[in-house]
Ligand binder design. Structure first.
Ligand code: GRF
Length: 196
């Protein structure tokens, strides 16, 4: 489908950039029509502005309840006629009403080989620290559907990278991130192309 995608971020937005670049290169059937951050200083918002994509900050702490926060997000998504959502380093748990309204239309990228090293508390460099502490020989990136159970939705795509004996968490993070940038735009487009 000629989808209108919202990308939700909290930080640097390098995955957002890879999606924008893929769109620019003509590799996406749809367009990034909205970027939403929960942090007003997220660099991803600057990336959105540079690409001329409408963007907004919606902060949970400005709402009385998770439900009200979700309603505000839903209003914004509706205003921009959004068909599907890609989480890209978004650090908030999405409210249930948003997950319900966009059932099977929300994707996330996780910097490890789920179902290993996922769930609450596994984010950022912590994921890579845990992979190294467990003595894993390989890690990677996983694209999955978002359900209410954190990091447990159906896996859409996965790609492995080797773990080197002398890796620091930061080195492993960088190796995985390079894979993420290639994998995520392709997985989003491949998945949404199959959705009617
Ligand atoms: C990525 O490692 C992604 O897998 C995880 O958060 C990080 C976001 O990085 N969910 P960026 O903001 O896209 O640079």
């Amino acid at each position: 489908m000629q989808y209108r995608l919202a990308v939700l971020i909290s930080g640097s937005g390098s995955n957002l950039q890879s999606i924008l670049d893929a769109q620019q290169a003509g590799h996406m059937d749809g367009t990034v029509a909205l970027v939403v951050s929960d942090q007003s200083k997220a660099y991803g918002l600057v990336r959105a502005q540079k690409a001329g994509v409408p963007n907004a900050t919606v902060r949970k702490k400005d709402y009385e309840s998770l439900d009200a926060f979700g309603e505000a997000l839903l209003d914004l998504l509706k205003d921009h006629h959004i068909d599907a959502i890609a989480l890209a380093g978004y650090l908030k748990i999405l409210p249930a009403n948003v997950i319900e309204a966009y059932k099977d239309l929300i994707l996330n990228i996780h910097p490890a080989l789920l179902p290993k090293f996922g769930g609450v508390g596994f984010y950022g460099v912590r994921v890579h620290e845990a992979v190294l502490a467990a003595g894993e020989q390989e890690s990677g990136a996983t694209v999955h559907l978002v359900t209410e159970a954190c990091d447990e939705g159906r896996i859409i795509a996965q790609e492995k990278v080797p773990v080197h004996a002398d890796d620091t968490p930061e080195q492993l993070q960088k190796r995985v991130l390079e894979v993420e940038h290639r994998l995520y735009p392709k997985a989003i487009n491949g998945y949404l192309r199959g959705v009617q």
